[in-house]
Ligand binder design. Structure first.
Ligand code: ZN
Ligand code: ZN
Ligand code: FE
Length: 742
């Protein structure tokens, strides 16, 4: 008999790992103990070398479904210790913090069964949870993951709950978020004046459903924030929500009772069904069954974002409601998701009622959004259920890195050893509130992991709030600047563990380039150490600077000036018609003189220009709108592409623009435009096809483009677990520190 010390790292806390080990130890008649610590789970056991091997084998093969093992380190102690049995002992507070923070998980089957079982003591209890399900990250103040480090510390367990909590053989053993009708969180319902509805918990849910059926808009507190909910089949209610939220077009997500209801609203293949039902419960972007859908859910777009209920409260509401429910994140435009009544009150006037509860949301986290294209899963927003996440790199980082991300859809990351911890989606840093929320996310990661960086990595753009944060908070630490599109490609290399050189294609909105122009149509040969820009989309002028990002007509006009000079103003087409004569004169001058007209090589902007030229979209009300609308007009029967010029590394799109102007048929123009983009990639890649092809950047959120890309290059590497948009930048920035030396 020997005594062994085993250190296990990974997702091993808050997932029923200790009771699992307890049961294994009992089975193998092993004595010793197990404890949680900030650097993982510690096990000390006394047994024979043979039984140790069997025990370690079972650890892997019988692991609970939510658990994930990164590393197991086993060490034989010099002295043999004798134990009287196997014990789960008090959590150790000390140690380096490396364990993974468990993400929030949707309700499990066992809890759902109890929820609807009239004989169960938690029958109908809207906060039922166990070791296999429920809130985690959203309620954590600190590690290790113990009740006293979560917002459940404000609820004292009743006798019955405590018995479950302390019994290693119970499904609720050390399940931190547990509670019941007696002792756990409770609901409250009030109107937009704050007048509370005095009633039982049951009656509050009944009343909420009645209000929704009447067409009212109800703010409902969920896991990582509030949702604004209304009846998705009620046109008046949905239209009213759009008006009150000043959100004219951007599609709303819809929560459905079950898979059957989802299938009434959308065409769903096996892969999408699996995504809808997975324990992370993301919003899945699907092809809508148009006939069954209210026109205001996703105006002029044949896609719909659906998700299944992920909390017991959602389940209870939807079982009573029995219709699809609009469930959009409650937030003021450009502000982070509302996580308490103080922030929600700013939306007074948008909601009529609030269904609230008293479990504090410590870390706000939005719903995640994914889509399936061909055989790929594309993560559009990585948040609840998926985040925070730890990525194991194929190498050790030479320094402790804080990567502060980009400015839109921002995320942040910390890197140490061979680990990167990426925050959930934080959002666009366009307001004071969102910047404060962003800083809070950095503080949370640093606090939980007891982390201080050796270097801060940031984007090159000086006006990004993230860059300003890096410069303002470096306290003498070295800063390292990484080009935006290089970071996009590095992010995919990290995800796919690709070492060595790759050929990277970054099709993006905008990101500052080395030459001061706004890049976004970049062809890079790169590795972890450096990159070389081999080719790019030839630049054009963004008339009005930042304004051009929201107004496709400005980009199109600029391309028309490039082609025809002042003559362009006399053309008869939708772009020109979208301006007054005075505007045309002004913009011509600004084009001619290059005043407030930065140069850009962005493919995102090229999409906008094409949408404007074809009269599809002149001004956008949400990001990516032009691409989505073009996608609607694509016809897979149409073949061929337009000409473009590729010379000295510059790809000139003007021959294509000219051809589009001459095209009689809109569908043909759109279809050939998409094919032209693929042709552009092909024409450059053919010179470098000995290297792996890696594509990323916001433009690859376009489902059709991804489909065409995968069809043409089946071996392409696309980001799957991390967003192709700027949500993936922080991960790439961390990797850029791989080759930093002192
Ligand atoms: Zn459960
Ligand atoms: Zn209780
Ligand atoms: Fe980007």
């Amino acid at each position: 008999m020997n005594t062994y010390r085993i250190l296990i790292n990974g997702t091993v806390q808050g997932v029923g790992f200790r009771p699992f080990v307890y049961r294994l130890a009992t089975r193998y008649k092993i004595t010793g103990n197990i404890s949680n610590a900030a650097d993982g789970v510690h096990i000390v056991i006394t047994t024979t070398p043979e039984i140790l091997q069997d025990f370690l084998h079972s650890l892997h093969t019988e692991l609970p479904s939510l658990a994930f093992i990164d590393t197991i380190k086993t060490r034989k102690l010099d002295k043999t210790i004798h134990f009287d049995g196997f014990f789960i002992v008090q959590t150790e507070e000390s140690g380096k913090r490396t364990v993974r923070i468990p993400p929030d998980v949707s309700i499990c089957e066992a809890c759902e069964k109890e929820l609807f079982d009239p004989k169960n003591r938690r029958y109908g209890y809207p906060f039922i949870a166990c070791t296999h399900c429920g809130v985690r990250y959203s309620i954590i103040y600190d590690l290790p993951y113990d009740r006293k480090n979560t917002s459940m510390k404000f609820f004292t367990m009743c006798k019955a709950c405590e018995t479950e909590y302390t019994n290693p053989l119970d499904r609720r053993y050390h399940a931190q978020p547990i509670g019941c009708w007696e002792c756990g969180p409770t609901l409250s319902l009030f109107d937009n004046l704050g007048a509370a509805f005095e009633a039982t918990q049951e009656e509050m849910m009944e009343k909420t459903v009645r209000l929704l059926l009447e067409g009212k808009i109800v703010a409902v507190k969920g896991v990582g924030g509030y949702h604004l909910m209304c009846d998705a089949t009620n046109e008046v209610a949905v239209k009213q929500l759009r008006e009150r939220k000043r959100r004219p077009h951007k599609p709303f997500a819809v929560m459905v009772k079950d898979m059957a209801m989802a299938k009434e609203l959308a065409h769903i293949n096996a892969k999408e069904e699996a995504l809808l039902g997975c324990k992370e419960r993301p919003i899945v972007i699907l092809n809508a069954q148009r006939s069954t859908l209210n026109a205001y859910i996703a105006p002029n777009i044949s896609r719909i974002g659906l998700f299944l209920p992920y909390t017991p409260l959602h389940l209870l509401l939807l079982h009573r409601f029995d219709r699809p429910l609009v469930a959009t994140s409650a937030n003021v435009t450009d502000e982070p998701i509302c996580t308490d009544m103080e922030s929600l009150r700013q939306l007074n006037g948008v909601y009529d009622y609030v269904l609230d509860h008293d479990r504090t949301i410590v870390n706000g986290v939005d719903d995640s959004v994914v889509m399936a294209v061909a055989d790929q899963t594309i993560m559009l927003r990585r948040a609840r259920g998926y985040a925070p996440v730890s990525i194991t790199l194929p190498f050790e980082l030479p320094k402790r890195v804080l990567a502060v991300g980009a400015n839109q859809k921002s995320t942040v990351a910390i890197g140490f050893d061979d680990q990167v911890i990426l925050s959930p989606h934080i959002g666009d840093l366009d307001s004071i509130g969102s910047v404060a929320y962003y800083e809070k996310n950095i503080e949370t990661l640093e606090r939980i992991y007891d982390f201080t960086p050796d270097v801060i990595v940031h984007d090159m753009h000086p006006a990004y709030e993230s860059t300003k944060y890096a410069k303002g908070n470096c306290k003498g630490l070295p800063l390292h600047e990484v080009q935006h599109h290089y970071a996009h490609i590095l992010g995919v290399m990290a995800e796919k563990s690709i070492e060595g050189k790759v050929f990277g294609v970054a099709f993006d909105g905008t990101g500052l380039g080395e030459d001061g122009t706004l890049w976004g149509g970049e062809f890079l040969v790169c590795d972890y150490g450096s990159y070389e820009r081999m080719a790019y989309l030839k630049t054009f002028k963004l008339l009005g600077g930042a304004k051009a990002i929201k107004e496709p007509k400005r980009v199109a006009l600029s391309l028309l000036f490039d082609l025809y000079g002042e003559e362009a103003t006399r053309l008869d087409n939708p772009t020109i018609q979208a301006f007054t004569d005075a505007q045309l004169r002004t913009y011509y001058l600004s084009w001619q003189k290059g005043l407030n007209a930065p140069l850009s090589s962005s493919v995102g902007r090229l999409f906008d220009a094409v949408a404007s030229l074809l009269g599809v979209c002149q001004v956008m009300s949400f990001e990516g709108q032009s691409g989505m609308m073009l996608e609607e007009m694509y016809d897979s029967q149409i073949e061929g592409h337009y000409p473009f010029e590729y010379k000295y590394g510059a790809i000139d799109p003007l021959p294509m623009v000219e051809a589009i102007l001459k095209e009689k048929d809109q569908k043909t123009a759109v279809s050939k435009f998409f094919h032209t983009l693929i042709e552009m990639i092909a024409s450059v890649y053919c010179e470098y096809d000995h290297l792996p092809l890696v594509c990323s950047g916001g433009v690859f959120q376009n489902r059709l483009l991804v489909k065409l890309l995968v069809a043409r290059f089946p071996h392409v590497y696309l980001p799957n677990d991390f967003p192709p948009n700027d949500g993936g930048i922080a991960l790439g920035q961390t990797i850029a520190a791989a080759k930093l030396s002192d």
